[in-house]
Ligand binder design. Structure first.
Ligand code: PLP
Length: 329
């Protein structure tokens, strides 16, 4: 990082308690500050109209995984919304690494690392027109999600459909998740504990609120094509791992009939990596194992790639806290 950078100048701004730094820090308005000092205007365009984009990576053993790919996706989302990047790609890489480094030390565990961008509070609405850029971290909820690695996740299709690409492209990661939130509330009302898996306008599978889906039929993996889903960084990592292990991977439209015939089903997401699905609308995949053999193989391959046991990181904490509501990242 360049000397004289705001990151270097604000090392001491974090709160301290008996010399031990306790409050997480975030980047805001050119500085790294305690989270409690990140105060955006109530007229910020992201709060008023949901006009904003974000991306979320995570650390493995303290190091951010595929930060470049996450920032590429953030740049594509900004371009789609015609939001001018407030800093350069390289600056955001440096800021993200520094914010992650400090928060991993504070939390003493792996964290989500999120960049949030909005045009700020517009001048015509009384704001200062300065774009908002926040880089922040949260500890990954290993304990709350641990049971999913033992029992699998139940998936249920809501009546709400995934936003079609001709209305708003699912490939952009925007701050507006109402489509998933309304779907999630419907599922919570009819089948508590299940996670929503939204269908597209034609009745094909798309994705959950923070996860891509894969089906396994023999040695073939299928996953919905990216026109209808966020192109997950974990999704593409798993596609590469599967291909290198001689699986066939097909990106295609997948109807419920095919989902019901699957040997195995799993989700991919930054936090979960590769997580087994126990059923979809009550249909249990044919392998009837959690994880199924292919899912287990890919979990091992993922662990080898990132250098830590990604399933063990969850299972070590099983039973320590109640399970989490169904949103990932
Ligand atoms: N789909 C949606 C809508 C998401 O929000 C996410 C998470 O960001 C994913 C899929 C999974 O993407 P990734 O593997 O990059 O976390």
């Amino acid at each position: 990082m360049a000397s004289g950078s705001p990151l270097m100048d604000n090392r001491r701004l974090v709160s301290e308690s008996n010399g031990v730094q306790t409050e997480r820090v975030a980047y805001f308005r050119g500085k790294i500050v305690p989270e409690s000092q990140v105060l955006i205007s109530f007229r910020d365009s992201s709060a008023i109209h949901g006009e904003g984009v974000y991306d979320t990576a995570r650390t493995f053993d303290g190091r951010i995984f595929k930060l470049g790919e996450h920032l590429d996706r953030l740049w594509r989302s900004m371009r789609y919304l015609r939001i001018e990047p407030p800093v350069s790609f390289q600056e955001l890489e440096e800021i993200s690494n520094e914010v992650a480094r400090r928060n991993v030390a504070i939390c003493n565990q792996d964290v989500w690392v999120t960049q949030r961008v909005s045009p700020g509070a517009p001048r015509e609405f009384g704001g200062d027109g300065i774009p908002t850029l926040i880089v922040e971290c949260l500890p990954l909820p290993f304990a709350m999600r641990s049971q999913y690695f033992k029992t699998g996740i139940s998936m249920q299709t809501p009546s709400v459909r995934r936003t079609p690409p001709w209305a708003l492209s699912p490939q952009a990661k925007t701050v507006n998740y109402l489509n998933f939130i309304v779907a999630g509330r419907e599922i919570a009302a009819i089948r508590p504990g299940a996670w929503p898996i939204l269908l597209d306008e034609h009745g094909n599978l798309t994705e959950g609120g923070g996860a891509n889906i894969f089906l396994v039929h023999d040695k073939t993996l299928s996953t919905p094509r990216t026109q209808y889903v966020l192109p997950g960084i974990t999704r593409s990592t798993v596609i590469e791992l599967a291909i290198s292990r001689d699986f066939t991977v097909v990106e295609r439209d997948i109807g419920m009939f095919e989902a019901i015939q699957a040997d195995e089903i799993f989700l991919t997401a930054t936090s979960l990596c590769v997580c087994p699905v126990s059923d979809i609308n009550g249909h249990t995949p044919a392998s009837n194992q959690i994880p199924g053999p292919v899912t287990g193989q890919l979990q091992h391959a993922f662990s080898a790639l990132v250098g830590i046991d990604v399933v063990g990181q969850y299972l070590d904490l099983i039973g320590t806290v109640p399970p989490t509501p169904p949103f990932t990242g």
